[in-house]
Design a protein around this ligand. Sequence first.
Ligand code: BCO
Length: 572
Amino acid sequence: VLWGTHKSCRAFQPAPWHLRSQSVSATGAPRWNDHDTPEKFNFASDVVDYWTQMEKEGKRGPNPALWWVNSQGDEVKWSFRELTDFTCRAANVFTQTCGLQQGDHLALILPRVPEWWLVTMGCIRTGIVFMPGTTQMKAKDILYRLKESNAKSIVTTDALAPEVDSVASQCPALKTKLLVSDHSREGWLDFRSLIKSASPDHTCIKSKTTDPMVIFFTSGTTGFPKMAKHSHGLALRHSFPSCRKLLKLKASDVLWCMSDPGWIMAAVGTLFEPWTAGSTVFVHHLFQFDPKVIVETFFKYPITQCLTAPSVFRMILQQNFSSLRFPTLEHCSTGGEALLPEEQEKWREQTGLLLHQLYGQSETGLTCGISRGSQVKPGSMGKAIPPFDMQIIDDKGNILPPNTEGNLGIRMKPTKPIGLFMLYENDPVKTAKVECGDFYNTGDKATIDEEGYIWFLGRDDDIINASGYRIGPAEVENALAEHPAVAESAVVSSPDPIRGQVVKAFVVLTPQFLSHDPDQLIKELQEHVKSVTAPYKYPRKVEFVPELPKTVTGKIKRSELREKEFRQKQPQ
Ligand code: BCO
């Protein structure tokens, strides 16, 4: 147990209006209708505290709200009552100790430790806008995020505190640094001690549904990642009946979403979706991804549903385990990258379970998917989840007929649906750029069949999707440019049987490195990229070339290189 046991939930009572104003579904979860837009909504008071109340009244079973384990045998189980208590304390730490206010930005860079759930929920209670990020980030990535967002506070661990300290002087807005650790560090507040001593009495803000709640950083073709800002509506959407139909979670379910806490998939799969249903969020804090541990975990714990990227399923299937017949697993969902029909079939053969595709982006949350119990069309990402109206559009925003390839759009006019991002923070130009007629243009190419099933075809730009990570080529090219061996480079996606796609760099060497051992140089460049930016972006393939293909104006033709990569795959 990380920091003692807290038993009481002394003061908190759910806002009475909440229990008056919504109906209760068959599963007990509070909900609205697909097209409702309540003026006020707060996930903490309207959903989490609802389940706390259900626990108090003996109307929810004994399974925990959060069940956290690690590979050392540590375990944390929190009920909703404890969750309400601890997250009220977190809220008080942010507002009273750190002096943060509604609308302030807080950078959250934690691995899968229980405190991640306290920080996110503490922020939601106070209206502080949290900005999750992966712990793979390096100092430069963190600096960009802190500066660009004017973050007033950061919460992170020992591992990243030195990286933060190395750039903090360049971030004048940053006022408080909170450390989640068993050790103290100069200049940092000790989050665990503060939580212990904080009061559990806190009154949740009455946030408007349209008030900002969270920012996700998302890579683009050019420049640095964009800041996709979401309102509380992102969480509200999970109470809508059409969203509840997707996984059909019950309060007795145990959902394991394996996403790194830095991505929107974690917000969806370890906060909004399971807790709306009153289900248990299961977390395994793996130090390093290991398919064997994943499989053992399915055998050891009563997990009923899982959600993770297709690469994880591929990596499990590749290992030849003696049995993949998991005792309690009932439903598997996957998203973040494309999934092939043959992969779905192999998973079904080995586990007896269907693999249900979901699709979403940092800008959108879940937008479409194969609902539990509905027909799985292998290779399809399923149907749009209302209130999202998804259509295939041309470059002007005209709707194209069924089975016609085009841009995947989400209708945002005349009414922007609840759950679609508000804007890219500080970037009206990029915000305007993704509007296409009456639609938000996802940038993905797809078709929709007569029954409304959506079929993903690929990106319409240079963004790379490697094992579920969205990677901007410019971020990798900039990292490579810092190495003296690199005169110039072009980074594109390349097919890979396990990761779907991987990052490939075409590199023109500077004259003094032309005689170096190429294999050694490849390793050096890979390590270099891993050291200056988040390692998941490193080029797993590197090819040295005498020159790069360019347009007459000198622009590198990445598409030519990418097409060559995918053409080469065809004969195999
Ligand atoms: O493969 P290598 O060993 O060469 O390199 C790996 C790591 O070892 C290395 N690394 C990690 N931390 C490091 C480090 N190196 C140096 N210093 C550090 N601190 O870097 C490479 C990272 O690659 P990886 O993260 O792909 O690692 P791994 O272990 O192969 O993990 C495999 C997956 C499948 C678990 C991982 O790729 C993954 O989690 N993918 C899913 C991403 C995801 O969740 N996407 C969803 C985005 S949200 C969305 O799409 C919306 C849907 C609603």
